[in-house]
Design a protein around this ligand. Structure first.
Ligand code: FAD
Length: 412
């Protein structure tokens, strides 16, 4: 591979190598072995249990879990950058698997920050003991998600999911949709309205809800165009009672969730980059082997130009990704704009990279058993992950011009 790693710290190099070894020896052979698996098999059967077991053995599941509970501690001053390096490698193997693990990392960070010591001990102990244990983050509802990302901060568009205090329990009622890991998670972070007199930024709380809680029902698994090794689910809460200490953040949950919203956008970009690298690597091999017009494809100038374009887009995404992840780690004033910029830029550029890959593969690009079409499907998912491109662009402008553009999405 051409791409250099001159910017990596020792820790990042080590984590990159660990992830790469896992992806090259475990994930890629598994994906290639049977490409019909993601379409043919029941969601719960698609990913063989050994894939998460081996991720666990490599220390790739427990990022974000505090060291005292057995987690892998990353240098906090470069954490987003390091997670981006790891997520890129994982998505090079399979982006659905990367989604699964990234959700676990982000929610581990949130629990470590806001849950009581007793709850942390309980849930991290279980998490560390069960390699198939997944976590999910429930924000989106049928009435929409962009309003929540912007956010459109007026009481009329508050979350329909409500939580009401009843004695020593919170009672949750509502519905969440499109939730990553939602179908097979063991533990949910649920956002619900707890004060209808104010906008959602002042009146939304977050709760830890174990799957087995009476009143929580997983009603379905969404079949998606890509990222199909991550099971996206629908969840209904009907008089779902959680103990009072399962409240993570009262009323300011959207503000406090910033600890994973910003790195989350960097990680969407990292996953896009990983998909693009996978498509690029396979295409480079193909154009060095496939002969048309009496010579290998790379010797045809039109083909060579497309390879240059793919490589340039990948380098540009990688450079902006490093820059944005650094800003997030430094909590600098441009971090908000940069993490949205890289999410939008990476998702669009990588779709273009995948289009080149498909076109350069000719008819093979469309064949399920070749695997190039999978990169395109996986790349398309990231156009709206963690906010659509348009909504993310609003957030960029709002971050740059808070006094003018910053005010159109809520009350003046
Ligand atoms: C595979 C997958 C995984 C996901 N994982 C999760 C998860 O783990 N947790 C979770 O909570 N959610 C998750 N989501 C939901 C995701 O965040 C939302 O789908 C996304 O934010 C868009 O929201 P929406 O689908 O409600 O579209 P809408 O908000 O209805 O948007 C529809 C269109 O309208 C545009 N639009 C909306 N508002 C405005 C405006 N004010 N001005 C101009 N244009 C506007 C949007 O840009 C978009 O083009 C996931 C979705 C998918 C498909």
């Amino acid at each position: 591979m051409y791409f250099q790693d001159r910017y990596l710290t020792e820790e990042q190099r080590m984590m990159r190598d660990t992830s790469r070894q896992y992806v090259d020896h475990v994930v890629i052979p598994f994906i290639r072995q049977d490409r019909t698996r993601e379409w043919r098999m029941d969601p719960m059967e698609r990913l063989a249990p050994r894939i998460l077991e081996q991720a666990d053995a490599a220390g790739l599941r427990s990022l974000g879990v505090p060291e005292r509970f057995g987690g892998v501690a990353l240098d906090p001053s470069t954490q987003s950058q390091t997670l981006a390096v790891i997520a890129t490698e994982l998505a090079r193997g399979d982006s659905g698997l990367a989604d699964k693990l990234v959700q676990n990392w982000k929610i581990s960070v949130l629990i470590a920050q806001f849950a009581s010591e007793e709850l942390q001990r309980h849930w991290f102990t279980r998490y560390m003991a069960e390699p198939q244990f997944l976590m999910a983050h429930c924000l989106t509802e049928p009435r929409g998600a962009s309003d929540r990302w912007l956010p459109y901060n007026v009481p009329e568009v508050n979350m329909d999911t409500k939580a009401v205090l009843d004695g020593d329990h919170w009672v949750i009622n509502g519905r969440k949709q499109f939730i990553s890991n939602g179908y097979d998670a063991s533990l949910y972070v649920v956002y619900a309205n707890t004060d209808d007199s104010v906008g959602m930024q002042q009146g939304t709380s977050s709760f830890l809800v174990p799957r087995e809680t009476p009143g929580l029902e997983v009603t379905g698994c969404n079949e998606t165009i890509g990222g199909r090794f991550m099971n996206n689910g629908e969840i209904v809460f009907e008089d779902c009672r959680v103990p009072i200490d399962h409240l993570l953040v009262h009323n300011d949950a959207l503000g406090k969730a910033g600890i994973y919203f910003r790195p989350g956008k960097v990680l969407v970009a990292a996953k896009s980059l990983g998909i693009g690298l996978g498509a690029y690597e396979e295409t480079v091999t193909f154009v060095h082997e496939r002969v048309q017009g009496g010579k290998v494809l790379i010797k045809h100038q039109a083909v060579a130009l497309r390879i240059a374009d793919m490589a340039t887009r990948l380098e540009a995404v990688a450079a902006l990704l490093r820059h944005a992840a650094l800003a997030v780690d430094e909590q600098s004033s441009d971090a908000d704009a940069l993490c949205n910029m890289v999410k939008v830029f990476a998702s669009r550029e990588i779709v273009q990279v995948c289009q080149h890959a498909m076109e350069l593969h000719g008819g093979y690009g469309a064949m399920l058993e070749v695997g190039i079409e999978k990169y395109m499907r996986d790349a398309l998912i990231n156009l709206h992950s963690d906010g659509t491109s348009d909504v993310s662009n609003f957030k960029i402008v709002r971050a740059m011009f808070p006094e003018t553009a910053g005010r159109y999405a809520g009350s003046e």
